[in-house]
Write a protein that binds this ligand. Structure first.
Ligand code: CMX
Length: 444
């Protein structure tokens, strides 16, 4: 057994026993209540699943195994330029709950390099699609095509003891993560560079090699990729992509199908596609205003026009966060440290000053602050990755680290089929009638 798998097995066995004892003693403890508003309102804040890899605080933002993004930028082993953390380190942390050493991260990089060979049929499947197919659609198709490689599906078919589910799931997760950069880069190069593909450089780390295969070899861009792929990795379990992978995985579907489901959710404009929407919205604004350097008053006018047209301001608001997203702040910090003046980045910063008071003035937006998607695109444009309908694929490659490490946990902890209860409006009206009658009796 490899050292990471061994460590995971020890941790997961201990956690499984801990949960068993906890539920035996306290399984009936009531910890929350649910309102009709929550049932109709997208299940906000209803606690209904366990997600071990990260936790989202509405004020402080995401914590991966208890560590904030600024802490991880400091603590995790970095790329060769010593600037930003290598996403391999975050995967290790999420999987086993320990900050890895440099040697452990080196080992993981090598593991993923060894496992990174993408089966030929996946490229063939992609090549049958029109180049104009949305890159997220291509990603979902490619990941689904790779399902033929699932160790878990094969072993389940042969007859696998349920205590063993986690083992081939770990193998699938390691293989899928190792292959994703190659698949994503292939999609990028066939969609936007006439199929002029770039061979992997196996000397590079996971993010560095991804940047290389995309066609960007500047050290700063590699550094940005390390940061980008680290900060998008996980956002606890309730967000749409994570929750989808959890739901699909709970049917004992394998890692490939669970991740393909997650990507279908990420491809929605209220979720991951917002990173593409932000850049589209900025370009439309610049076109409409006839300038690349709009004033804050001009931006405010365009923001109000967008809202009046019944549209959302992409990159702003969040279902959980109630402060500027620390992922947005990390990208802003990267831009401040690594870039000179950039018109588009400046627009993003001016939008940051302009939008929150306008959203606040509407009196209904719970979080007027930017989320990660408000900033990420401008940095990619700066380095020349300007094809913005590819951006959600980058988000997806990163999100694999979180949702797939959790999938190994879900298998190891023996989580059951997810099956919450739905209700009808007649049921809701009945509850109100019962409550009204009971209140009237109490007051009589
Ligand atoms: N612009 C305009 N209106 C907004 C808004 C925004 N950015 N964010 C919220 N609102 C509106 C909602 O549309 C809703 O209006 P109605 O009551 O008329 O339907 C009202 O404010 C209340 O919404 P909320 O409770 O504050 O927000 P939700 O939890 O329902 O939705 C989110 C959260 C992210 C979908 C929403 O803020 C939004 O649409 N933002 C823009 C899209 C975006 O950036 N998505 C990316 C999120 C991060 C990610 O997953 O990657």
């Amino acid at each position: 057994m490899d050292p990471l798998k061994q460590l995971f097995h020890e941790k997961a066995t201990a956690q499984r026993n801990k949960i068993k004892t906890m539920l035996k003693e306290h399984g009936e403890l009531v910890v929350d209540q649910v309102t009709l508003g929550q049932i109709y309102g997208g299940a906000r804040n209803i606690k209904s699943m366990v997600w071990e890899t990260s936790d989202l605080d509405s004020e402080l933002g995401i914590k991966f195994r208890g560590y904030s993004i600024p802490e991880l930028r400091d603590l995790l082993p970095k790329g060769t330029d010593k600037k930003e953390p290598r996403p391999e380190g975050l995967f290790w942390l999420m999987l086993v709950g320990e900050v890895p050493t440099v040697e452990q991260v080196e080992w993981l990089t090598l593991q993923w390099t060894h496992r990174s060979n993408v089966p030929e049929h996946v490229f063939k499947v992609l090549d049958t699609l029109p180049e104009t197919t949305h890159p997220m659609t291509q990603l979902i198709i490619a990941v689904t095509a790779m399902q033929s490689e699932s160790c878990y599906a094969r072993r389940y078919d042969e007859g696998l003891h349920k205590e063993e589910y986690w083992d081939p799931t770990y193998e699938d997760v390691m293989n899928l993560i190792a292959r994703l950069p190659r698949v994503a880069a292939y999609i990028y190069r066939r969609s936007f560079h006439g199929g002029n593909h770039i061979a992997p450089n196996i000397q590079l780390d996971w993010a560095g090699n991804f940047a290389h295969m995309l066609g960007f070899d500047k050290a700063d861009f590699r550094s940005l990729m390390r940061l980008y792929l680290t900060i998008h990795a996980d956002h606890e379990g309730g967000n749409a992509s994570a929750h989808t992978s959890h739901l699909v995985g709970s049917t004992l579907s394998d890692a490939y199908l669970s991740f393909a489901g997650a990507m279908a959710a990420l491809a929605g404009p209220l979720h991951g596609l917002a990173n593409q929407e932000v850049v589209g919205w900025i370009y439309k604004m610049l076109d409409a205003l006839g300038t690349r350097t709009p004033t804050k008053d001009q931006i405010a006018g365009y923001v109000k026009a967008t809202i009046d047209a019944g549209q959302v301001i992409p990159g702003y608001g969040h279902a959980v966060l109630r402060q500027p997203d620390p992922r947005f702040m990390a990208l802003k910090d990267f831009a401040e440290k690594n870039m000179g003046h950039d018109d588009v980045v400046q627009v993003v910063w001016d939008v940051f000053e302009t939008v929150p008071p306008i959203l606040e003035s509407l009196g209904k937006v719970k979080n007027p602050w930017p989320n990660v998607d408000a900033h990420s695109g401008a940095l990619l444009i700066h380095y020349g990755l300007s094809e913005f309908n590819f951006y959600t694929v980058l988000f997806g490659v990163s999100r694999a680290l979180g949702v797939l490490s959790q999938l190994v946990w879900s298998r190891a902890l023996g989580f059951p089929l997810e099956r919450p209860k739905s209700v009808t409006t007649d049921w809701a009206l009945e509850q109100i009638a019962k409550h009204t009658a009971a209140t009237a009796t109490n007051h009589a």
